[in-house]
Design a protein around this ligand. Structure first.
Ligand SMILES: Cc1cc2nc3c(=O)[nH]c(=O)nc-3n(C[C@H](O)[C@H](O)[C@H](O)COP(=O)(O)OP(=O)(O)OC[C@H]3O[C@@H](n4cnc5c(N)ncnc54)[C@H](O)[C@@H]3O)c2cc1C
Length: 252
């Protein structure tokens, strides 16, 4: 992050798509090469600008999915296609390796996790809200710190789980990382919990108790974030320990 500390001015940069990874049927991870990228913290986002040949341009924000690596200028974003959306279908379905967009960032200094922090961490994700939380999980692994992390990840069906293999592997290999997926619409066979929205009981069972004074990060569609934050506060978590990031929309 030393490079980020030096370069604070946000400028639009050309970002060339190097690689695409399909995460689910409707979400892709886009790996961009961004020459001169100043570095980022886990939890920060970028603005992406698309400009049409007639000069019309539009921007959206996307969380950075990757942990920063000093040795390259790569930035990974994971974009969930929103049906009828203006930008996300283009990023998921049209953009091909070699094509360019403009990218500005990193943005945001509040919703970030730093490896020097020692409090246990509770990550609560709704849908694509897992993206910046994945960056935190990756940054923790990269820094080789042992701060215990718990991820409670609410998503619609097993086919919608982003980073499924990586989360499974990391949780198996790392006793300091617990991952729980709860399903709102359809759970896998044999899953003990019936499908449904995230509840206080889920957070009590799979999160940290308030007494542990965890740092809590909640991210997802606006409705999900508001509901989850209310559950956490009702359970006794201090509001100032709960950081939230709203992606827009109302779908929980
Ligand atoms: C800080 C920040 C970080 C974000 N990070 C990510 C990310 O990592 N990955 C990602 O896929 N998206 C992320 N988003 C959401 C993203 O910026 C866009 O809003 C999203 O891709 C939809 O854009 P669109 O142009 O396709 O849809 P639009 O044309 O803008 O909207 C179409 C319709 O979809 C609704 N809608 C917009 N956003 C959402 C949403 N998130 N969920 C449900 N409905 C929605 C709108 O209300 C509208 O009705 C982030 C948003 C913010 C503010």
């Amino acid at each position: 992050m030393a490079r980020a500390a030096v370069s604070r001015r946000l400028t639009w940069r050309a970002a060339r798509l190097r690689e695409v990874r399909a995460e689910t049927g409707s979400a892709h991870t886009l790996v961009f090469e961004v020459p001169g990228w100043p570095g980022h913290l886990a939890g920060q986002h970028v603005d992406v600008r698309l400009t049409a040949e007639d000069g019309y341009s539009t921007e959206r924000s996307y969380s950075i999915a990757s942990a920063f690596t000093d040795s390259d200028d790569l930035v990974e974003l994971t974009v969930q296609r929103i049906p009828d959306g203006e930008v996300s279908p283009y990023l998921v379905d049209v953009l091909q390796p070699g094509m360019q967009v403009e990218l500005r960032g990193p943005v945001g200094g509040w919703f970030v996790w730093r490896a020097a922090e020692t409090a246990p961490v509770l990550l609560v994700a709704g849908g694509s809200g897992v993206v910046p939380l994945m960056a935190m999980i990756r940054a923790r692994a990269k820094a080789s710190v042992r701060v215990p992390f718990r991820l409670v990840y609410s998503t619609r069906t097993p086919e919608d789980v982003l980073y499924a293999e990586e989360l499974r592997r990391r949780a198996l290999e790392d006793r300091g990382l617990d991952v729980t997926v709860v399903y709102t619409r359809r759970a896998p066979d044999g899953h003990g919990r019936p499908p449904g929205r995230l509840t206080a009981a889920d957070l009590a069972e799979w999160g940290w108790p308030p007494d542990f004074e965890p740092a809590v990060f909640v991210c997802g569609p606006t409705g999900f974030v508001e509901a989850a934050a209310d559950l956490l506060i009702d359970a006794g978590h201090e509001p100032q320990r709960i950081k939230t990031e709203r992606f827009g929309g109302t779908d929980a």
